[in-house]
Structure formats: structure tokens, C-alpha cells
Design a protein around this ligand. Structure first.
Ligand code: CP
Ligand code: NVA
Length: 306
């Protein structure tokens, strides 16, 4: 039996495989609403499990599986025996017996690795503390729609926390030829092992401490919340550390004249992004959010070998 394919971070997709997923995502976007749209998930079930809140990921995965002809099971982990201490290994084997793929949003990334090792079915990371690969599929689709398909040499500025989404932008740089500049406040840089791994694969990733310098000449400016899910207790300290790091119109004007603004959402206007930016002419965040749906279909097709 062939080993199941997983998507735990964007590092799991080789360059060609990622390009294929992005192409398929764009193709699924065109198929939407057509009565003859294919239903390659017919007869299959996909469990979509949450250990953290979600709006976009939850809805887009459920709708994606439904529109592909499959049966989505949206599960809150606290309602399962996981909440009463059943092991991840036993849970993995149980899910593997019933469904054809498992999508999980969780805390420690290692939980996904344990599930992937024991489930016997494809496992997809719907966000962990360390990575958010499904988000990057949608983000890269949005960039490609803006650049006419090009990613090689596109300059992306990440401003803010070196978090899970930043980590997959770094992996994306290794898989696409994007030139990534990350500006993070001291103490909030991305994990060195993620940067080192991407650089060892040839990624052009630069770390700076001046958000203006990162934005200067960028084709894409992107950011994320200052306190991620699970960091609520640090929120006040983080607000202080990130003061002055808002992506505002001044910073967008430093970027290239055609620059776009991306944000994975949910956003906090007045913190990591000014309303004039997220609600202004640079913003592509709604197209980006919609691309989660199309991208999710391409991801399921890839991991489930549909
Ligand atoms: N961007 C994203 O993953 O959004 P949700 O937390 O709403 O799923
Ligand atoms: N970094 C954020 C992303 C939310 C989609 C978090 O983990 O909460």
C-alpha cells in the first residue's frame, strides 16, 4: 500500500507539486457553480477537527468537501473522547477506520505528526502553533492572480509576529522563488530552524528589524494578529511590544505602486493593520479569503490522490 500523503506544512509540497495545487485551485475557482463541476470525493468522508476556533477554515473545508461530492464531518475535539484523555494514537486509528482524510486545527504541531504517523489516511494541518499551509495555498493563489501567474522574484514583506503563518511564508519562499523580507520586533522573530531549513533549500529570506525597510519596494505587504490563538495571556505584553508596527497607508506607500495587501484574517483594525489599508484600494483580503475554498479543494485532491 502506498504511504498516505500529508500536508503538515508547505515544506511537504515540492516545488512542482505546489505549482500543480495552485493551478488546480485556480481551476476549481472557475468550476464553482457549474452544474457539471466534478465530484471526485463522491463516496468519501472527510473529518475536519477543531481544537481551536475557526470561521474561514471551518466553512471552506465543509463546503469544499460537500461541493466535491463527499461527506464532511465537522468535529469539535472537546466533544470527542480526546477531551477525556483518549490517546492521539488511538484516536488516529479510529478516524482512519471511518474516514478517508483527516483535517485538524490544533495547538502543538507534534499532535499532527502523531496523527499522521498512526491514522493510515492523509492528514492536513488546518493550523497549528507552528504552521498554516492551507492559508498559504490561498495566499499564493491570490498573489498569482495579481502578477499574471508569476511567483519567482515577487517581493513579499511580512510585518509583525514571526508566527505560524510567517513560517509557511518562509516555506513558500523555498518552494516558489518568492523574495521574502520579514520585519519582526526583537523577540518575535520566526523560529531559526524554519528559516535555516528554507535557506538550505535555496530560499531568499531576509530578516530585518525596520518595518519601513521591509515594505520599501514590496509587491505584496502582509501581516497577521499580534497575539495568535493560545497566546491570549500574552496579549497585553504583545500590544506593547508591537506598538508602532501597524501596517498603515504610509507603509503601503513605501511599497511598489502596484502593491497589494494580504491578511489571513481575522484582523484587528488599529493594531496590526489600519482600517485605511485593509478596507482600502491595496487590500485583496476578500479574494484571499474566498481562495481558501478553491485552495482547499486542490489540497484535498492532492493528498487524497483524487
Ligand atoms: N485565516 C483563517 O484560518 O481563518 P479562521 O481562523 O477563521 O479559520
Ligand atoms: N496566527 C493566527 C492565524 C489565525 C488564522 C493564529 O494562530 O491565531
Amino acid at each position: 500500500m502506498t504511504a498516505p500523503r500529508h500536508l503538515l506544512s508547505l515544506f511537504d509540497l515540492e516545488r512542482d507539486a505546489l505549482a500543480e495545487v495552485l493551478d488546480r485551485g485556480a481551476w476549481w475557482r472557475q468550476q464553482r457553480g457549474r452544474p457539471d463541476a466534478p465530484r471526485p470525493c463522491a463516496g468519501r468522508s472527510v473529518a475536519i477537527v477543531f481544537e481551536k476556533p475557526s470561521t474561514r477554515t471551518r466553512l471552506s473545508f465543509e463546503v469544499a468537501v460537500h461541493e466535491m461530492g463527499g461527506h464532511p464531518l465537522v468535529v469539535q475535539a472537546r466533544d470527542t473522547q480526546l477531551g477525556r484523555g483518549e490517546t492521539l494514537e488511538d484516536t488516529a486509528r479510529t478516524f482512519g477506520a471511518y474516514v478517508h482524510a483527516l483535517v485538524l486545527r490544533t495547538h502543538a504541531h507534534q499532535r499532527l505528526e502523531i496523527l499522521a504517523a498512526h491514522a493510515g489516511i492523509p492528514v492536513v494541518n488546518a493550523l497549528s502553533d507552528d504552521f498554516h499551509p492551507c492559508q498559504l495555498v490561498a495566499d499564493l493563489m491570490t498573489v498569482r492572480a495579481h502578477t499574471g501567474g508569476r511567483l519567482e522574484g515577487v517581493r513579499v514583506a511580512w510585518v509583525g509576529d514571526g508566527n505560524n503563518v510567517a513560517h509557511d511564508w518562509i516555506a513558500a519562499a523555498a518552494r516558489t522563488g518568492i523574495e521574502l523580507v520579514l520585519a519582526c520586533p526583537p523577540g518575535y522573530e520566526p523560529a531559526a530552524h524554519v528559516v535555516d531549513r528554507a535557506r538550505s533549500l535555496g530560499a531568499r529570506v531576509e530578516l530585518v528589524t525596520d518595518p519601513d525597510a521591509a515594505c520599501r519596494g514590496a509587491d505584496v505587504v502582509t501581516t497577521d494578529v499580534w497575539a495568535s490563538m493560545g497566546q491570549e495571556a500574552e496579549a497585553e505584553a504583545r500590544r506593547r511590544a508591537f506598538e508602532g508596527w501597524t501596517v498603515d497607508a504610509h507603509r503601503m506607500r513605501l511599497a511598489a505602486p502596484h502593491a497589494i495587501f494580504l491578511h489571513c484574517l481575522p484582523a484587528h483594525r488599529g493594531e496590526e493593520v489600519a482600517a485605511e489599508v485593509i478596507d482600502g484600494p491595496w487590500s485583496r483580503v476578500w479574494e484571499q479569503a474566498e481562495n481558501r475554498l478553491h485552495g482547499q479543494k486542490a489540497i484535498l485532491e492532492h493528498v487524497m490522490r483524487l
